[in-house]
Design a protein around this ligand. Structure first.
Ligand code: FPP
Length: 275
């Protein structure tokens, strides 16, 4: 497979757990449980597809406003996931970390995050990032505050503020701006997720609800991505961000038909075979 056509950094807004459950007459909590099982499968699939980073929007800063029962359940689910899955992450060589305002999380969740992060620190494969109690506007505001403090303390001069410097104050690690952002459940918005980091991301929206989003759907999203021409504001096409961290492709992306891509990814469209 031509690696330049494959996204390396992917972010997913896992939406639609509640609707999935309600549609079937179950409580919303069951949707979150199914959604977690699905996250486990998609994490493994992304690791198998050699992603560099996978960022999952697991709990937004606005999700605190949900009923206490639902928030408590989501916290329990996260804690249980980390306890049960850390050994598997190590087996898959996946490094785990979190971004967000972690100070708001219950102590036992924080402890589970710390343990999983430490235990997987040595892993050299995919970097799995959970955005937890995360909101991009808070992240950007916090970066501005830190920069302002440094200027006030004369450790930084205003003319030294560049996009690269600003980025270093954000919570996300360097070089992992998403190539592709996937949102399930038919909503077509970013909902305060990685606003700065998505400046040049490609977007893939699907009506499929998160618990139903399978590996085939993921591969279909990747195939769709590989047809995009990423120009970063220039006239010539390229499929990778020309930065220090990510080398530009040696040849421009060719316009390949979806049919041949289905062969590349050996997939069938979730809506049936692509013709
Ligand atoms: C959106 O569905 C989903 C969330 C707010 C939480 C996402 C969390 C999980 C999938 C479980 C934890 C994940 C991991 C990786 C352990 P929604 O409840 O907003 O659905 P709705 O829009 O249909 O109401």
């Amino acid at each position: 497979m031509d690696q330049s056509l494959t996204p390396k950094n992917v972010a997913i807004i896992m939406d639609g757990n509640g609707r999935w459950a309600v549609k079937r007459g179950y409580p919303r909590s069951f949707g979150h449980i199914k959604g977690t099982r699905n996250a486990k499968k998609i994490i493994q699939a992304c690791s198998d597809l050699n992603l560099k980073t996978l960022t999952l929007y697991a709990f937004s800063s606005e999700n605190w406003l949900r009923p206490k029962d639902e928030v408590d359940l989501l916290m329990k689910i996260l804690q249980r996931y980390l306890k049960r899955e850390t050994n598997n992450l190590i087996k898959l060589n996946i490094r785990f970390s979190c971004i967000g305002d972690l100070s708001q999380l219950p102590k036992d969740v924080l402890k589970a995050i710390d343990q999983s992060s430490q235990k997987t620190q040595h892993c050299t494969g995919m970097h799995l990032i959970f955005a937890l109690s995360y909101g991009s506007q808070n992240e950007i505001t916090q970066a501005c505050r830190q920069i302002a403090e440094q200027i006030a303390e004369r450790q930084l001069l205003p003319h030294q503020i560049t996009p690269q410097l600003f980025e270093s104050y954000l919570m996300t690690p360097a070089g992992c701006a998403p190539d592709l952002v996937i949102r399930t459940s038919g909503e077509k918005r970013l909902s305060n997720f990685l606003l700065w980091q998505c400046a040049y991301s490609e977007f893939y929206f699907t009506d499929t609800l998160w618990p139903d989003f399978k590996e085939t759907d993921l591969k279909f999203a990747f195939a769709d991505y590989s047809l995009r021409q990423r120009r970063y504001g220039k006239l010539s096409s390229g499929n990778s961000m020309p930065s220090k961290d990510i080398a530009a492709p040696s040849k421009p992306i060719s316009v390949t038909s979806m049919t041949s891509l289905t062969n590349t990814y050996s997939l069938v469209s979730p809506q049936g075979p692509v013709t």
